[in-house]
Design a protein around this ligand. Structure first.
Ligand code: NDP
Length: 388
């Protein structure tokens, strides 16, 4: 039986992962499930799947979790350290689906115990790509992408020589505001931004789709994951979101990965890798679809894409600073302290202020350095938000 752990089990990716695991009774032994605050969902899933341990990151909810698990035989724990401990329990396959930079340390802990880490948490690669890859190499772990675009690129590269890759094109739906007049964007509310035209995802990533901060993170993730020159990585708007990414080769061939809007494809590919197994996702009827369309990813409408290019060029800890500043700006937008269109300005100001900070461009990225850069960027972003 394969031992599996799901970090961020209560979220959108986590729930899709549990759906696949629950469909194969007897194939998996669930080691640990973790959640952030949602005790009821975590306890229900831990009971149903007979996990060894359920961990809630919010320490104030430990008593609630204990009560909800009473008599189930599932152990309960709480707090950040307990999440990391859960990730480091021996498991063959670990899903990293905590949202934000909080997912980095647990993901590293899973790699350190030699697990295959299915990485939905793109922030880990953005903040510390070289550290993630080095940790996997050192401990014999495997890193598999779960973001649909990166899973698509990964699949298109099977059997190919990365040196023959001319370009990688990742697609973007354009999010909630792709057709809004530019002058209306300043009035956009968090509720409007959290409505995705195609995908059903968590609130934060959905708002990041509207601002394209999500695509900006994915451009950086592409560079880190596949080690490709940033000049060879591009984004294109594809409103149907059915082609997830394309890889262009030196002979002019462009390999596209096409699939429905269902994260269980990318999750299932990572779960069964290197095999392909049947998955409960819809099959596309191409004739019924009729057409697939593309538009340029305009950097005036989505300035986050321009910032991503700067971050990729700078390297070092710029990704960690970018992500932390973005998370703080997003919190401020959700709390209605800044406008939708102000998020990029906050992130750019943080990148500019911290670019002269010693260590910003270091190549030897450690967890401590990432944590420090992340903290500094959040404090700086808070100051900038308050001064507005
Ligand atoms: P959700 O917001 O739906 O879920 C996030 C998960 O992380 C929940 O389990 C949440 O717990 C938990 N969590 C939140 N904060 C903390 C914390 N500080 N410590 C520990 N756990 C925490 O997010 P998604 O599932 O949408 O996304 C997860 C990751 O996958 C993100 O990095 C996202 O960018 C990436 N991703 C998501 C896709 C999607 O389709 N949703 C597609 C591709 C990538 P709780 O809910 O209990 O508070």
């Amino acid at each position: 039986m394969r031992r599996v752990t799901v970090l961020g089990a209560t979220g959108s990716i986590g729930q899709n992962t549990l759906d696949l695991i629950a469909r194969a009774p007897g194939a998996y032994r669930v080691v640990a499930l973790t959640g952030g605050r949602n005790v009821a969902q975590l306890a229900a899933d831990a009971r149903r799947l007979q996990a060894e341990i359920a961990v809630i990151a919010d320490e104030t909810r430990l008593d609630d979790l204990r009560q909800a698990l009473d008599g189930s035989g599932v152990a309960a724990a709480a707090g950040r350290a307990a999440v990391i401990e859960a990730a480091s329990r021996p498991a063959d396959w670990v899903m990293s689906a905590i949202v934000g930079a909080a997912g980095l340390a647990p993901g590293l802990a899973a790699l350190e115990q030699g697990a295959t880490l299915a990485l939905a948490n793109k922030e880990s690669m953005v903040c510390a790509g070289p550290l993630m890859l080095a940790t996997a190499r050192r401990h014999g772990g495997t890193l598999l992408p779960v973001d649909s675009e990166h899973s698509a690129v990964f699949q298109a590269l099977v059997g190919e020589d990365i040196a023959t890759v001319e370009r990688i094109v990742i697609t973007a739906s354009g999010g909630a505001f792709r057709d809004w007049p530019l002058e209306q964007l300043a009035e956009a509310t968090p509720e409007q931004a959290a409505t995705h035209p195609n995908w059903d995802m968590g609130q934060r990533i959905t708002i990041d789709s509207a601002s394209m901060f999500n695509k900006a993170l994915e451009l950086i993730e592409t560079k880190e994951f596949f080690g490709v020159d940033p000049a060879r990585i591009e984004a294109v708007v594809h409103p149907e979101s059915l082609i997830h990414a394309l890889v262009g080769f030196c002979d002019g061939a462009l390999m596209a990965h096409v699939g429905p809007h269902d994260m269980r494809h990318a999750i299932g590919y990572a779960l069964h890798h290197p095999d392909r197994r049947p998955l409960p996702v819809a099959r596309l009827d191409l004739a019924a679809l009729g057409q697939l369309t593309f538009r340029p990813a305009c950097e005036v409408r989505w300035p986050a894409l321009r910032l991503a290019r700067e971050v990729m060029q700078t390297g070092g800890l710029a990704g960690a600073v970018f992500n932390a500043a973005k998370e703080t700006a997003l919190d401020a937008f959700i709390a209605r302290r800044i406008r939708f269109t102000e998020m990029t300005g906050v992130v750019e100001a943080v990148l500019t202020r911290l670019s002269a900070h010693p260590g910003h461009n270091v190549d030897d990225i450690t967890l401590d350095k990432v944590v420090e850069a992340d903290h500094l960027a959040r404090v700086t972003a808070q100051e900038i938000v308050q001064s507005r």
